[in-house]
Design a binder for this molecule. Structure first.
Ligand code: MGD
Ligand code: MGD
Ligand code: SF4
Ligand code: MO
Length: 699
């Protein structure tokens, strides 16, 4: 007999409620849960692909060890014992271990409860994560302004009348640093109440197509637009901070004067958006209506990522929309990490590339490969990769491929042999997705409603399999034991979760949350900023000197000529998730998605036709990719999705191999980063594009 289990999907930040119908260990269907308190029945195609992931024949079920270039299955005890012994021997030689944490670790609360013990046991000296490929600028801004790296204000879309999205594509990504399942329907509802959605993006994205207005912007130049909007608010006398005056510190007064030297015409020329459009955005944001500006990857992962995110906060304050219903608001989740986890840190660290920002003790990924390639005693010789695929996700993947080959010990926590884990000495695979429980630990604090939703595992663990958290906890214990250190008892994730829930203001127990399979709705967000700030004086620190200095650095760059090369941007598709889930036949269906999108005029001037191979070159490398001509991309801009490149030798993904694509990150560059956060620059990459035949003829 079949049973139906309510659960939340763990793939992306939306955390949609799903209903999984199973009979024995067979998955009969995965559907949206219409009663889920947050997602209201919405799912995307990736949810059903969880079944493919669960049943994927390419998924590893036992630890594997590389012996003479071949993978050999071994037992868990042998794997843990050998890894611990090798690590300790290397440490005995003075080698400093490194760890990289990939994106899926943020979607597995069990990992979060055990990873610090493993880091301590390993003695991780160099800590890296996907955060410095993604959202570190947000953390820097939140830390300086609000006093906590994770204290984020998200658009209250359900009560907003004007939403300006810059460099985000939630219709495909389902939201980021903003847990907003069912985005498209929420936009429909916004428009039904005469609200407006305006999108700024170099591509006419899925989100842009839903919008009332879409403006093309030259990649990497949004800072000019943001300054233009802010200046228009100040100069037009539209600023209204009355709602927040009691919690704005004195540095608020420094912002308007810092903009005096900017000329709106020059800003407009720089970014390609008309002065009137900027002024209209300012007027709409500052009008007597709840409104919000939100910016994501397109404005985070660029040279001025931190400055952009700061300007976005400042615009929301100046236009009277921060901490306002329908503006941007700070969630009060059932599990309140803001109260339970420390404020985080923004410091600097010595790296192979000199002094670099170090946020939450992490080092920038732009330095990762070079730390393995350096020749002195500081070289990284052992590396633990937890749920990550940096060869495809970090800049200059080819360099990283070379760097990983130099390691004396590499361990991957992954269920597949990927572009990255193929370099490992050991791969430690977790159980299937339906054999683990789930709680959206990091996403309650980013959700558009205050809520709680816990999903128990649906299937029992199979003989010989372990969850990620067990693998992490057991490896940590083995290392500590071999090292003669105290071995702590394992505290199960469920216990940690229960304690954290009970210690949060909502005071729920895990049993109460578990008893509500559709989740518990704690209501819409409320104005609560004053009580949530974690700065020393309880005020918003409006204008950190670093941000004001960065404004001046941007000002100095304004007059300079911009290169006339094409600018490369990335893209996401609703049927993909970063570099994985590419092994699901049902997600891979349809035309090849790894194409070079190019404007018809740019294609014509290079003699490119639809479907022909183009050669794309950046400072670091060259790749060949089929052309897709579309007027949905701005002239002067080309786009390649990230996450492809499964044709590299030794990858064990038989389905993905049919459409392996090429990696955009073979073109991105470790030399380029946002100096305030250390975040990689993955958009607005200067490239040249040529027809492949032309290239051959010229040689
Ligand atoms: N050019 C360009 N590059 C980008 C981006 C971009 O927009 N453009 N986006 C960046 C962003 S935002 C991110 S977050 C990063 C992502 O970068 P990464 O986190 O490094 O890469 P993922 O592709 O998410 O790879 C996740 C890996 O974890 C494995 N995995 C999945 N689930 C589990 C699990 O439950 N347990 C274990 N043990 N393993 C699991 C998968 O098999 C896969 O190998 O990429 C970044 N790179
Ligand atoms: N389907 C799917 N969903 C995902 C993921 C996925 O891979 N696939 N990944 C998940 C992850 S890890 C993350 S971090 C989120 C990311 O979530 P989003 O940020 O919403 O997703 P992106 O598609 O990276 O959107 C960035 C947008 O910025 C635009 N852009 C590029 N350069 C510029 C620029 O210079 N200026 C402006 N204004 N726009 C620019 C791009 O065209 C793109 O539309 O998505 C998550 N959800
Ligand atoms: S949007 Fe899709 S992948 Fe993301 S949580 Fe919802 S169903 Fe899962
Ligand atoms: Mo991400």
């Amino acid at each position: 007999m079949s049973t139906i289990h309510a659960r939340t999907c763990h793939i992306c930040e939306a955390n949609c409620g799903v209903l999984v119908e199973v009979e024995g260990r067979e998955i009969l269907s995965i559907r949206g849960n219409p009663d889920h308190v947050l997602s209201r029945g919405h799912i995307c195609p990736k949810a059903t692909a969880i079944a493919d992931l669960q049943n994927d024949p390419d998924r590893l079920h036992k630890p594997v060890k590389k012996v003479d270039g071949q993978w050999q299955e071994i037992g868990w005890e042998q794997a843990f014992a050998e890894i611990a012994a090798k690590l300790l021997a290397l440490k005995g030689e003075g080698a400093k271990p490194a760890m990289y944490m990939g994106n899926p670790s943020a979607h597995d609360y069990g990992i979060s409860t055990q990873i610090s013990t493993l880091r301590h046991a390993i003695g991780v000296k160099h800590l890296y994560s996907a955060s410095t490929l993604d959202q570190i600028p947000h953390h820097v801004v939140q830390y300086h302004m609000y006093g906590h790296v994770s204290l984020a204000a998200v658009p209250d879309i359900d009560r907003s009348q004007y939403l300006l999205i810059i460099g985000g594509n939630p219709a495909a990504s389902n939201g980021s640093i903003w847990t907003v399942p069912d985005f498209k329907k929420r936009v429909k509802e916004l428009r039904a109440r005469d609200g407006l959605l305006v999108v700024v993006d170099p591509r006419r994205t899925e989100t842009a197509r839903l919008a009332d207005e879409h403006h093309f912007v030259k990649p990497g130049t949004d800072t000019a637009l943001l300054i233009g909007i802010l200046k228009s608010i100040f100069d037009g006398g539209l600023a209204d901070t009355s709602r927040l005056d009691a919690i704005l510190d004195d540095s608020w007064g420094a912002i308007d004067p810092a903009l005096v030297g900017f000329d709106i015409e020059q800003l407009s020329l720089h970014c390609g958006i008309a002065v009137e459009a900027m002024q209209d955005m300012a007027a709409q944001l500052a009008a007597d209506q709840p409104a919000a500006i939100y910016g994501r990857m397109g404005v985070s992962v660029c040279e001025y990522g931190t400055l952009n995110q700061w300007l976005i906060q400042v615009i929301n304050i100046a236009s009277g929309n921060l901490d306002r219903e329908g503006g941007t608001m700070v969630p009060e989740p059932a599990l309140d990490t803001i109260n339970l986890v420390g404020r985080g840190s923004v410091r600097t660290a010595d790296t192979v590339r000199g002094v670099m920002p170090s946020v939450m003790n992490e080092l920038p990924m732009v330095t990762f490969a070079d730390e393995m390639l350096r020749e002195d005693d500081e070289r990284i010789r052992s590396l633990f990769v937890v749920t990550g695929n940096p060869v495809l996700s970090a800049p200059d993947g080819a360099k990283l491929d070379r760097a990983l080959e130099r390691l004396d010990l590499m361990v991957s926590f992954d269920m597949y042999v990927t572009a990255t884990s193929r370099h490992a000495d050991y791969i430690l695979p977790p159980c299937g997705p339906l054999e683990k429980d789930h709680y959206p630990f990091f996403f309650g604090p980013l959700a558009i409603r205050n809520y709680a939703s816990y999903s128990p595992a649906i299937f029992e663990l199979q003989e010989g399999e372990k969850t990620d958290w067990e693998i992490i906890a057991e490896l940590a214990r083995e290392i500590l034991a071999q090292d003669g250190q105290d071995v702590p008892n394992i505290r199960e994730p469920r216990d940690v979760l229960d304690t954290m829930l009970q210690s949060s203001p909502a005071g729920l127990t895990l049993a109460e949350v578990e008893a509500a399979p559709n989740g518990i709705d704690l209501g819409p967000m409320r104005p609560c900023m004053a009580g949530r700030l974690r700065t020393s004086d309880g005020k918003i620190h409006c204008a950190h000197p670093d941000f004001l200095a960065e404004l001046q650095r941007f000002a100095a760059s304004l007059g300079k000529e911009q290169p006339d090369s094409l600018r490369l941007i990335g893209r996401r598709h609703v049927r993909q998730n970063n570099s994985w889930l590419h092994n699901s036949a049902r997600l891979l269906k349809g035309p090849d998605r790894c194409t070079l999108m190019i404007h018809p005029d740019d294609a014509a001037s290079r003699g490119l036709a639809d479907g022909v191979m183009a050669s794309v070159s950046s400072r670091v490398n060259n790749i060949q990719i089929p052309v897709e001509i579309t007027d949905g991309i701005m002239q002067g801009v080309v786009s390649i999705p990230h996450g492809f490149g499964h044709g590299r030798e030794g990858i064990g993904l038989s389905v993905a191999a049919a459409k392996p694509g090429v990696s955009i990150n073979d073109l991105t560059d470790t030399e380029r980063f946002d100096p305030l956060s250390g975040n990689a620059v993955l958009n607005a990459v200067s490239v040249t594009v040529e027809k492949v035949e032309a290239l051959v003829a010229a040689e």
